[in-house]
Design a protein around this ligand. Structure first.
Ligand code: MG
Ligand code: MG
Length: 257
């Protein structure tokens, strides 16, 4: 069942997303070679709690942290750990905030230090595909139009789209209906309507699209251990426009690639 939000509810999600965006910005200041990923998690959790929010991921089905930190071949759902970032890594940082009864969800993949041009191109294309997906997330279109736009764009560049993990509705629950695949056919799936709030989150691989789950029950990595990128926004669909509720602004003030 899809929960359609009132404009007041969308406003609450936007307020949650502001805390989230600023938490991402605090983390962005620290992403560089030599930093332990567990330290990024601490900074995010402290910022979110100091601003009256609750980290959505911590304790979600037993997830142990406030951030999903996914380095290099890890696609999503990696744990913050004692791993120390090194020059040439890429790191996906995914975070959610629960505030005033509503969640928001947003992710960004960073190059760490000097990254190979090939991998940097993967990051750029994945970020661009997110915005193409959002351009197609408008009232009157269908869920499949979002995934189709993402898939067509990244596959034309020789990349592949992960199928096993998808975007989702966002609201009082972190993951709501409908699923938002990053692949699909134009004109297929649920109709996009006023009041839908969706997390759109392309996961794009340099090599095979196949992924495997590690024995920890969470970490998803590429089957061929080549790099994977992930960008995410939470958006609200209105009759006459679509608004991006989350923001990468505070990341990109501190971090350019
Ligand atoms: Mg997320
Ligand atoms: Mg999500």
């Amino acid at each position: 069942m899809i929960h359609y939000k009132t404009s007041e509810e969308v406003q609450l999600i936007k307020e949650s997303a502001q805390i989230l965006g600023k938490a991402h910005g605090e983390v962005a200041k620290l992403v560089k070679p030599g930093v332990k990923t567990a330290d990024l998690d601490k900074v995010a959790e402290e910022f979110i709690r100091d601003h009256g929010g609750i980290p959505s991921f911590k304790g979600y089905n037993g997830f142990p942290a406030s951030l999903c930190i996914s380095v290099n071949e890890v696609v999503v759902h990696g744990f913050p750990s004692g791993y120390v970032l090194k020059d040439g890594d890429i790191i996906s940082i995914d975070c959610g905030v629960f505030h005033q009864g509503f969640h928001s969800d947003c992710a960004y993949t960073y190059p760490v230090g000097e990254v190979s041009p090939k991998v940097l191109s993967l990051l750029k294309a994945t970020k661009e595909s997110l915005y193409l997906g959002i351009e197609n997330a408008i009232a009157g279109k269908r869920i499949g139009d979002i995934g189709n736009a993402i898939q067509k764009y990244v596959e034309a560049k020789g990349y592949t789209v992960v199928r096993e993990l998808v975007g989702h509705g966002v609201g009082k629950s972190l993951h709501e209906s409908p699923e938002v695949p990053n692949y699909g056919k134009k004109g297929s799936g649920p109709l996009l309507k006023d009041g839908m709030v969706l997390a759109i989150e392309p996961m794009v691989n340099l090599g095979t699209r196949n992924v495997v789950q590690e024995r920890d029950g969470w970490t998803i990595r590429t089957a061929d251990r080549r790099p994977s990128a992930h960008f995410e926004h939470t958006v609200a669909i209105f009759e006459d426009r679509t608004e991006i509720l989350t923001t990468h602004q505070y990341i990109e003030e501190n971090f350019k690639f």
